[in-house]
Design a protein around this ligand. Structure first.
Ligand code: FAD
Length: 275
């Protein structure tokens, strides 16, 4: 199969750390190209991201990619983090703007992710392979799809090597986005971000916030299962595995799984893909 990668969030308690260790152990046999660790905008989980990539790198021997978001951060803070990551031998970064937590006033030294990408290139040259975010269903704050696509291109022009998409359940939105990007002259790999469906009500709330559309047919089928968690998990794995198959058959260069630090939902999809 094409390359796969897994995304984790930084655990904050010993119990969550143990769960991440277990998840990393279970997912490692799938030979990910890298595993990435999210970053709390405004520095709230700054140290946890560093601690978590260190753990995954040293304890589990996994190639890591810390996420770095610029909102709320200063040039000096971001430069210090980049220096630490370079010194630790990491070669990949996921560069983002992030979202300012409500109540936080200072936007920081950079407004957009394209400025962060430019800064990473200025500060560290070609050391890092830089991934950026892409939105097949359009970022919720964008004026329109074309403006968002141009802003995506600006990140690649600033030096990004590849992109990971926001999750989606409509394969045509992805294929259309890739076609449009190619027409604009963007030639980097655009890897679909895949969200396993485990807890449907939580997924629905989250999708409303980040602008990912869950097709009506999926919502209606999920609702038909009521509180039957096992049936929801089965249906979710079937639906998402089918999406992955279509994406790969249509030329997607790989898959990036939003694991939410749990192995089972992601493995259920991978098992179906390999089966
Ligand atoms: P940008 O690319 O800067 O775009 C943000 C918005 O500004 C878009 O609407 C864009 O169209 C617009 N825009 C860009 N440039 C301009 C310009 N010059 N003029 C006017 N408008 C412009 N968030 C976190 O906090 N931590 C994480 O670890 C994290 N990981 C993520 C991983 C992936 C793969 C994805 C898809 C998202 C992730 N996010 C994360 C969420 C992300 O931070 C939010 O979606 C955020 O709102 C936008 O970040 P961005 O890097 O896409 O921003």
């Amino acid at each position: 199969m094409s390359s796969i990668s897994f995304e984790f969030f930084p655990p904050k308690t010993d119990e969550q750390r143990a769960q991440l260790d277990q998840t990393a152990t279970l997912l490692k046999p799938h030979a990910p190209e890298y595993v990435s660790v999210t970053f709390g905008a405004g520095g709230s989980t700054l140290s946890y991201t560093g601690e978590t990539v260190h753990r995954l790198h040293t304890r589990h021997g996994l190639p890591v990619a810390p996420h770095l978001s610029c909102v709320g951060g200063t040039r000096a803070e971001l430069a210090a983090l980049l220096d630490d990551y370079r010194a630790a031998g990491y070669r990949r970064i996921v560069a983002l703007r992030g979202d300012l937590p409500s109540g936080m006033a200072s936007p920081g030294d950079f407004r957009y992710a394209s400025e962060l990408v430019r800064f990473i290139r200025e500060h560290t040259g070609d050391h890092f392979h830089i991934e950026v975010a892409a939105y097949p269903e359009t970022h919720p704050q964008a004026d329109d799809a074309l403006a968002d696509l141009r802003h995506f291109k600006a990140k690649v022009d600033a030096g990004a090597n590849g992109a990971i998409t926001q999750y989606f359940f409509n394969a045509d939105a992805y294929f259309r986005f890739v076609d449009d990007a190619r027409r604009l002259g963007v030639n980097v790999p655009i890897v679909p971000g895949i969200m396993p469906i485990a807890n449907f009500s939580q997924l629905k709330r989250f999708s409303d916030m980040c602008g990912a559309e869950i097709p009506r047919w999926i919502v209606k089928r999920m609702q038909a299962h009521g509180d039957d968690a096992a049936s929801i998990r089965e249906l979710g794995a079937d639906v998402v595995a089918q999406l992955c198959r279509r994406l790969l058959d249509g030329g997607a260069p790989g898959l990036h799984f939003y694991t939410l630090n749990r192995a089972r939902p992601t493995r259920a999809i991978l098992d179906r893909l390999h089966g």
